[in-house]
Ligand binder design. Structure first.
Ligand SMILES: NC(=O)c1ccc[n+]([C@@H]2O[C@H](COP(=O)([O-])OP(=O)(O)OC[C@H]3O[C@@H](n4cnc5c(N)ncnc54)[C@H](OP(=O)(O)O)[C@@H]3O)[C@@H](O)[C@H]2O)c1
Length: 342
């Protein structure tokens, strides 16, 4: 088997190495899975730099999530899983940037045969995050408005798709025109390119008297929050899911106190770690069906083989990518051509 290990803390290709080892036999409760595809996510670089909730013990097997097929089951595991396609859940107990992995059976759920492998490989993190962002904090009904920054990210694309399906209107904030075009095509109802000038006025103007029930922010810092917060309805909610500025989001005191806007953070991995198994299976079954129907998904920019990990890692960290970068794996990876822009 081949896999990518984090050899030392850092985000450049030199921090990682390709490791070849004999294929391990699954323990009693384990499954041996042949991976089809696994994405490279921004959080992988938070982890590789030592800035993530999970501190890597070196050498660390990289890759949070992926999709593959069970090729062997341990003596105590369900033998009926052999041959089934499974999503490897983002528990960080196994690394998915690998052509074969041994994984505890509790860390997989079965997924549909018909869906695109690349989209299924990305199901564990971003669609689940979008699902929780829309369902956990306020109750939304058709016609309500929500706002989101980082709207062209994979999280944002999934939020727009799920909101649209529920009849909820989205005000999408991006930082460049190409990204604006992208989210318009996905069905965002109002799109703002934030050039650092008068964001608050632009948001208020786009809403034309309406207010946001929920604001989902991936930028952090004081600026964007202060500008958009006045457009959140009194008693509405603000959720931070990321901070590309590295700054904590700063909600103005008056918005917190006089207008009782509630402030939340989300870390979807807490849900993966702690939710009852039944709930995990139900949520991923629903999301997998939506991927299969083409309702949910995120743009893909390129796929690479493990041998091309240096290029893949550099590509995944390019600013202004138009989509995700994933690893695909030999025979099982029929999802895309290695190194191919898509
Ligand atoms: N809290 C959670 O549970 C959770 C779950 C999933 C993801 N996340 C986080 O959510 C974020 C998005 O993840 P993803 O996988 O959806 O990302 P992605 O598809 O790889 O997209 C990255 C996004 O970040 C934007 N961006 C990067 N640097 C930026 C900067 N300096 N200023 C403004 N925008 C910037 C990009 O904009 P351009 O296209 O213009 O470059 C793009 O919209 C990441 O920070 C990730 O770690 C958190």
């Amino acid at each position: 088997m081949s896999r990518i290990l984090l050899a030392k803390l850092g985000g450049d290709a030199e921090s990682f190495r390709l490791d070849d080892a004999p294929v391990p036999a699954p323990g009693p409760g384990d499954l041996l899975v042949a991976l089809e595809a696994a994405p490279i996510n921004p959080a992988d670089f938070l982890l590789s730099n030592g800035w993530y909730a999970v501190q890597p013990e070196l050498p660390f097997a990289m890759g949070a999530e992926g999709v593959g097929r069970v090729i062997a089951a341990g003596s105590a595991a369900d033998q009926a899983l052999v041959g089934r396609r499974v999503l490897v859940l983002p528990t960080y107990e196994q690394g998915t940037w690998a052509d074969r992995i041994v994984v505890p059976a509790r860390n997989v759920v079965t997924v549909g045969e018909a869906a695109d492998a690349l989209q299924l490989a990305m199901l564990g993190v971003n669609p689940a995050t979008a699902h929780h962002l829309l369902n956990r904090y306020v109750s939304l009904k058709p016609g309500d408005w929500i706002g989101l920054t980082l709207a062209n990210s994979a999280v944002g694309q999934n939020v727009i798709a799920l909101a649209r399906r529920a009849g909820v209107r989205t005000l999408a904030v991006v930082r460049r025109e190409e990204a604006a075009e992208h989210v318009r095509r996905l069905g965002a109802d109002a799109v703002i390119v934030d050039d650092g000038e008068n964001l608050g006025d632009k948001v208020a103007q786009a809403l034309d008297g309406a207010k946001l029930r929920l604001l989902l922010d991936g930028i952090g810092g004081a600026d964007v929050v202060a500008q958009v917060a006045p457009s959140i309805e009194t008693g509405g909610a603000f959720v931070t899911f990321s901070s590309v500025t590295g700054q904590p989001p700063l909600m103005p005191l008056g918005e917190l106190v006089y207008r009782e806007i509630s402030v939340h953070g989300i870390f979807v991995i807490n849900w993966v770690w702690n939710a009852p198994r039944e709930e995990i299976e139900q949520v991923y079954a629903e999301l997998s069906e939506l991927v299969e129907k083409g309702v949910l998904g995120a743009s893909v920019e390129a796929t690479y083989s493990l041998g091309q990990y240096r290029e893949a890692i550099a590509h995944a960290q390019r600013p202004e990518r138009s989509g995700k970068v994933l690893f695909t794996f030999g025979q099982a990876g029929q999802a895309g051509q290695a190194g191919t822009p898509r």
